[in-house]
Structures are given as C-alpha cells and as structure tokens.
Design a protein around this ligand. Structure first.
Ligand code: SF4
Ligand code: SF4
Length: 379
C-alpha cells in the first residue's frame, strides 16, 4: 500500500473500531477516535501520532487477522505516521529524504565524517594531527566549530518548526486552543513520563504475547540521554562565553558529568530499542520504514559512543580521528533531524497537547478538517 491507501485503510479501521470500542481503555487513540464520526487526513495524522505502537489493541482484537476484517491498528497507524512525517516536512524539496531514509542518512553521515577527516588532514601539520595534548581547538578553532554547528542547528530548528506548524494546522489543534498553558503542561508531563507507552497498564507487546515495560525503559534512556548531551553542550557554551572558561573541563565539571551520563544513556537506549525492533513481531510493524527507524537509532548510538570514546582517547594520538568522527556524526544528526524518525517526538508532543485540550472540552478539533489537506499541500 502507498500514501493515500494508508489513509483509506486507517479510515476503514477507525470506522470499525468506533463501532466496537472494545479497546477504549488502552490508550488515548480510542477516546480521541470516539469524539469523531468521520476521519479526514488531519484526524488520522493526529490519531497516528498519538499511537505508541504498543501492540495491545492488535493482541486484544477479535477482528485481527486471520479474521476477514483484518484489523491491524498498530501497523496501519505506523504507516500513516510515517506518511505524516513526509507530508509535513519543510522544505518540500527535501521530502524525498524520507523515501529511502536509511540510505539517505547513512550517506549524509559518511560524507560528513569523511569531510571532517579530510579537513583536519588538509589544514593541519602532522604534529597537530597526532597531538596528545587534548586541545580540540588546535584542530578546529572554537569560532569555526560554534559557527558551523550553530548554523546547522538553526537550520534544523527552523525546518522542525515549519514541519510542526503544518502538522498543527492539519490536525486542527488551534480550533480547541490546544496551545494553552494547561495543555502544554499536561503534554510535558505525559511526554516526560511516556505515560501511554504501556498498553493500558500491562506493558508493551514485542516479540510475543507477553507484554513488558522494556520499550518504555529504553525510550527513557534514549530521550534523557539526548537531553543530557544537549545540557552538556549548553553548559560548556555558557562556561566558554559567559565565564571565559574554555574546554577541556575536569571530570567532575558539569559539562563532563552531563556528557558522560548522556552518552551512556544514548548507548543503552538505542541498543535496547534496536534489539526490540529486530525481535519484534513483524505483524505490528511498517516494514517499509525499518530503514528510517534503524538509521535514527544507529545515529543516536553513534553520537553517544563516539562522544564517550573521544573523552577516553582525548590525550592519545587517536584524538584527532575520534574528534573528526564525532563531529561528523553530530553534524549529520543535526542536518537530518527534520528528515527522519526524530520528528516523531515533536509530532507526538503536538498530538498530546491536542489530546489534553480535547479531554478538557470533550470537543474534537473538527473545525480545521476542510483545510487539513490544503495545509499539507501549501507547505
Ligand atoms: S482494535 Fe479491534 S477490538 Fe479494538 S476497538 Fe478496534 S475493532 Fe475493537
Ligand atoms: S498500538 Fe497501543 S498505542 Fe497504538 S492504538 Fe493500539 S493500543 Fe493504542
């Protein structure tokens, strides 16, 4: 099946589920569905991004295959979710990045690493390349590093904001004031606790019909690992510019403590999620997006691993090579953020905000339905 067929199938399933309602206590998808009588593309984007693919509704469903109704909500919503990433991406010219996402991200990563290695080799004398003094800025001046990474980070933020804006309009979130302070706070709490990734309280299905909390645990490691690494870079920037304290920092300094704990989180989380993905029941997954999912996890894992190796090897002749690899990985991670699985966190957060607003008003965000497709096409 392709884009439009995914939406058609999701509409068919939501219509069946809306008559059945057996799964209404499992997750927010079903209560949000019950507020609606019909399902435009924007509604399906919203429901798909509320779904965590926990698998509970597939295991519980009396109409799942081999029943002739062939109800498979997790797989169908995973397909719509992936389509929503592509159809809201900005700028439109870069939407094809989602088509062979694993290959695209691997190519950008390899090219970035090669460019940093080549750059270090061409612009430095042999002594600087094999220095053991741990001074990064002898290989790449701080201003150049901050300028390059600041520019790519800014581009990623603009692209993510534009994509989110299109998604927000598509799901009709402004029609129920989903951007208010209380819904924002509720969505932050739900997202930080991964509140709904538990199959209605019993855990998440993966390789068999015994649910566990493993996927939630490894999502936590990945998310908080990423946030700690971000905190490490941010505190180092404040140290440098506000206090005039340049790197390197001691092992007990805040940038180092954040960086070490974040790097460990970015190794444990993605390894656990990769294992879960490789062993997962294929019936629950969108096989076409296997490359996108694994590329995202591989990039997170590489960012954590190369960051930790750089710390350990900092005062050895391997430092310059490790620095080039780490910078290449982080640069490509930023550059490809708006065109890969990273966006799922942003869109899910938007869907949680709308869900919090709808729960409060018991009103669906239906006003924007006629403009949902227009919003997609306009961007
Ligand atoms: S997934 Fe199956 S059991 Fe659950 S609401 Fe839909 S049709 Fe009913
Ligand atoms: S897979 Fe889980 S999160 Fe998704 S709709 Fe089914 S029960 Fe809800």
């Amino acid at each position: 099946m392709q884009g439009a067929e995914h939406y058609k199938e999701a509409e068919r399933l939501m219509t069946i589920c809306n008559s059945c309602r057996y799964c209404e206590g499992l997750c927010p998808v079903f209560p949000a569905m019950e507020l609606r009588n019909e399902f435009a593309d924007g509604d399906l984007d919203y429901l798909a991004n509320l779904c965590h693919s926990c698998g509970a509704c597939y295991v519980d469903c009396q109409f799942s295959p081999p029943h002739e109704f062939e109800v498979n909500v997790p797989k169908t919503l995973a397909e719509v979710r992936a389509d929503s990433y592509r159809s809201h991406a900005w700028p439109t010219a870069l939407r094809p990045m989602f088509d062979r996402n694993g290959l695209a991200i691997a190519t950008v990563a390899a090219a970035s690493i090669a460019t940093f290695i080549l750059g270090f080799a061409l612009w430095h004398d042999r002594n600087a390349l094999f220095t053991k003094d741990g001074q990064f800025y002898r290989l790449m001046p701080h201003e150049a590093m901050a300028g390059l990474f600041g520019a790519v980070f800014l581009f990623a933020i603009v692209a993510l904001v534009m994509g989110f804006r299109s998604f927000w309009q598509s799901i009709g979130a402004s029609s129920v004031s989903a951007g208010s302070g209380t819904t924002l706070w509720q969505a932050i709490r739900d997202a930080c606790a991964l509140r709904y990734l538990d199959g209605g309280g019993i855990g998440c299905y993966n390789e068999d019909e015994r649910p566990t909390d493993n996927r939630r645990l490894f999502h936590h490691f990945t998310f908080y690992g990423f946030m700690l690494c971000f905190a490490s870079t941010s505190t180092a920037t404040v140290y440098h510019y506000a206090f005039g304290w340049p790197a390197p920092y001691g092992w007990l300094s805040l940038p180092k403590l954040f960086g070490i704990s974040g790097g460990i989180g970015l190794m444990i989380g993605p390894i656990g999620l990769l294992h879960a993905k490789l062993t997962r029941d294929r019936a629950l997954m969108d096989p076409a997006k296997f490359g996108m999912d694994t590329a995202f996890l591989a990039m997170m894992l590489l960012a954590g691993l190369t960051g930790l190796l750089l710390m350990v090897l900092r005062e050895t002749p391997a430092m310059s090579l490790m620095l080039a690899i780490h910078l290449g990985v982080v640069f490509s991670l930023f550059l490809t953020m708006p065109y890969g699985k990273f966006v799922h966190g942003i869109y899910r957060f938007g869907a949680l905000m709308l869900y919090a607003a709808e729960r409060k008003t018991e009103q669906p965000a239906s006003v924007a339905r006629p403009t949902a497709l227009q919003a997609k096409e306009a961007v």
